[in-house]
Design a protein around this ligand. Structure first.
Ligand SMILES: Nc1ncnc2c1ncn2[C@@H]1O[C@H](COP(=O)(O)OP(=O)(O)OP(=O)(O)O)[C@@H](O)[C@H]1O
Length: 246
């Protein structure tokens, strides 16, 4: 079953044509890595999926709902599709535990005891149970990003979108975050779309690699074809050789 379907999607920022003729289907449970040069439209594409950006043409179906349909309930989409940002976006004046418990309490009306148990289990899963009472600023960037992932998971979404989750982190913190993401990809039936230049992550857990440039999808391959058989698109090949040698 498909979780996300783009059909002939076009997106403009004013006169600027940011997404051209996007056709992409992501099945439930798949992990797809989206790569491409800076400014190619990766963030724009990922942000259309939970309605942070609107599209002007084509059809975008998420969890069976057509986002162009005015009757579509965006809150329901966002309950099912979580997002992890480059800069964590934690609530600065709330404790780590409260950051995780807030949305399930307000949106899902999850009972307090159950909410706390789920939050503590998630903190344990990301290796940060001892940080529960602290404020975000007392944690490192890598720890904050693991909290942001736990916060998304607390909503029990069907899909998680990651927009360059490790690119604001010091190098020594990147692996801890990637390991949490790899565990989710391997051990759950979550659908994951990940914008990242971390090709080790793609090699280990992605099902597919999608390459974008100039607002278009130029390559959409299985991981095996992308890394072993080489992408057929020349720009994708060049991009791959650059990021892997650097
Ligand atoms: N709100 C906006 N208004 C106008 N133009 C925008 C807006 N957001 C993005 N753009 C433009 O759309 C293009 C695609 O941007 P986007 O952030 O999606 O690319 P990206 O591939 O994610 O880049 P990066 O890897 O640098 O984050 C860029 O040329 C950018 O300048």
């Amino acid at each position: 079953m498909s979780m996300i379907e783009f059909h002939d999607v076009e997106k403009y920022y004013g006169d600027f044509h940011a997404l051209h003729d996007i056709n992409l289907t992501i099945d439930s449970g798949e992990t797809v890595v989206l790569i491409g040069p800076s400014g190619s439209g990766k963030s724009t594409l990922i942000r259309t999926i939970n309605g942070l950006e609107t599209i002007q043409q084509g059809q975008l179906i998420v969890n069976g709902q057509d986002l162009a349909n005015k009757k579509t309930d965006m809150n329901r989409i966002r309950k099912n599709v979580g997002m992890v940002f480059q800069h964590f976006n934690l609530y600065a004046n709330k404790s780590i535990l409260e950051n995780i418990m807030l949305a399930p309490r307000l949106v899902l009306h999850r009972p307090e005891d159950e909410n706390k148990k789920i939050a503590m289990d998630l903190l344990d899963q990301v290796g940060l149970a001892d940080q529960a009472p602290k404020l975000p600023e007392q944690l490192s960037g890598g720890q904050q990003q693991r909290i942001a992932i736990a916060r998304s998971l607390a909503m029990r979404p069907k899909a998680l979108l990651f927009d360059e989750p490790t690119s604001a982190l010091d190098p020594e913190m990147i692996d801890d975050v990637l390991n949490v993401m790899k565990d989710i990809a391997r051990d759950s039936d979550m659908t994951m779309l990940v914008v990242t230049h971390e090709m080790g992550f793609a090699r280990e857990v992605a099902n597919r690699v999608v390459f974008m440039a100039d607002g278009q999808i130029l390559e959409d391959d299985s991981k095996e074809k992308f890394f072993d058989g080489q992408p057929s698109n020349e720009r994708a090949r060049q991009f791959l050789s650059k990021i892997i040698t650097h």
